[in-house]
Design a protein around this ligand. Structure first.
Ligand code: 4NP
Length: 145
């Protein structure tokens, strides 16, 4: 596995946090993130999420939101989505014949019970989100390295 793309809706909360956590753990893997929407293209991570991540020593300050595109299927070995709606939206853009795996992130977590990473933009539980993302990042690291 050489490259992983994390995907959420806005690319300002969950997927950039997943990217920032994962690249710390796996610097040898090319890591990026994207949103299925264009709502926040060009924006830095959402400040409350960046603050919560910073408190754990995770720097997200270089990240900027971009929208997922069909060429991402060619450019990454694995696409990891935060929820089933992201998965539907990503799958709707899959080029004919492409076989890049698209997997939910939460089931990689040690607890292993959640299907989805709840959106902290709505729940406001940034720390709970980071706990789940960290556990899932460890699980993904174990699986692919
Ligand atoms: P994310 O959270 O998908 O984890 O980046 C969201 C951020 C913004 C919006 C939705 C979700 N929004 O609708 O603006």
């Amino acid at each position: 596995m050489k490259s992983v793309l994390f995907v959420c809706l806005g690319n300002i909360c969950r997927s950039p946090a997943a990217e920032a956590l994962f690249r710390e753990r796996c610097p040898h893997i090319r890591t990026d993130s994207a949103g299925t929407s264009d709502f926040h293209v060009g924006e830095p991570p959402y400040a409350p999420m960046a603050t919560a991540a910073g408190a754990r020593g995770i720097d997200m300050s270089d990240l900027r939101a971009r929208q997922f595109t069909t060429s991402d299927f060619r450019n990454f070995d694995l696409i990891v989505v935060m929820d089933k709606e992201n998965r539907r939206n990503v799958e709707s853009l899959r080029p004919a014949g492409n076989t890049t795996p698209v997997e939910l992130f939460a089931p990689f977590a040690a607890e292993g019970t959640a299907d989805e990473v709840p959106d902290p933009y709505y729940s406001r539980d940034f720390d709970g989100c980071l706990d789940l993302l960290e556990s899932a990042a460890i699980g993904l690291q174990r699986k692919i390295s």
